[in-house]
Write a protein that binds this ligand. Structure first.
Ligand code: SAM
Length: 274
């Protein structure tokens, strides 16, 4: 097994909770790379200690990545191997490292990926939601209007949506999702691989209720595809009208589910009500 080659940049995935969820190759690379850069050196020191590795690390985070990229390129030019890790999971996935990798590739250096844990993928495969097509959309915007705008952009995507979300904002996000996508399946995957792992399934209103005031831990939020993305919008309108839903509410629900303009949907609602 070749873990480390001279002059290579290595992107090393680390655990998302359970410290033993790490590959043999990653452990060897953490020991053997000439230089190791970590998002938070204290977090990485804990992981290294758990695995009996004692070595120096340097920081590379959002606020110093530009300067560190220069430094890392200088190491690579001298033929030194450089490892990059983040606090948890796969570096660059909602974590620093993009600028370093872009610069290294631009300069013609080899980039080796040592794959491993990623919270988005762990949550997706355990969620019970379809995995054939999914969209990882990073962190949801913090403000209500921006969040609604983001949901509208993603409304037409015909697959599972995967978000990272702060536990403090989760309840508010679920409340908005319950308004715009009341019928979509929702899964909250909390504290994966940790002691208090929790899966909440249902629609957004149910998930908000089960969650209650709990605002701790780490969370992946998944939303199933819209019914109307796979079913004709007219069928959906007929079904909702048949269930006695008020026409303006039908317009809002179907427009949110399909991404079709509200005006067009409302015209169909009125036509089909006749
Ligand atoms: N690079 C990481 C990865 O590969 O998953 C993600 C880093 S991002 C800064 C951190 C976010 O990932 C958290 O806010 C949470 O949404 C999600 N996350 C990380 N660990 C998790 C876990 N054990 N359970 C659920 N979500 C987790």
């Amino acid at each position: 097994m070749i873990a480390v080659a001279p002059g290579h940049l290595l992107l090393i995935a680390t655990p998302i909770g359970e410290p033993d969820d790490i590959t043999l190759r990653a452990l060897r690379a953490l020991r053997e790379v000439d230089e190791l850069y970590a998002e938070d050196t204290r977090v990485t020191a804990d992981l290294l200690r758990h695995h009996g590795i004692s070595r120096a690390t340097r920081s590379c985070h959002d606020h110093n990545e530009e300067a560190r990229a220069e430094e890392i390129l200088a190491h690579l030019r001298m033929g030194r191997s450089v490892g990059l890790v983040s606090d948890a999971g796969t570096p660059l996935i909602s974590d620093p490292g993009f600028r370093v990798v872009a610069r290294a590739r631009e300069a013609g250096f080899a980039v080796d990926v040592l794959p491993g844990a990623c919270a988005a993928i762990a949550a997706l495969v355990g969620s019970g939601l379809p995995t054939d097509q999914f969209c990882f959309a990073g962190f949801l915007p913090a403000s209500g209007p921006a969040l609604r705008g983001r949901l509208a952009e993603l409304a037409g995507f015909d697959g599972t949506l995967v978000f990272y979300e702060s536990p403090r904002r989760l309840r508010d996000a679920l409340t908005i999702i319950a308004e715009v996508w009341p019928t979509r399946e929702v899964v909250v995957a909390r504290n994966l691989t940790k002691a208090h792992e929790q899966w909440i399934t249902g629609n957004a209103a149910v998930a908000a209720e089960v969650l209650g005031d709990e605002a701790r831990g780490e969370v992946v939020l998944l939303v199933g595809r819209g019914v109307a993305a796979t079913v004709d919008a007219d069928d959906r309108i007929r079904t909702l009208l048949g269930e006695g839903m008020e026409p303006r509410r039908v317009r809002d629900v179907v427009a949110a589910e399909t991404g079709l303009p509200r005006r067009d949907v409302y015209a169909r609602v009125l036509a089909l009500r006749e």
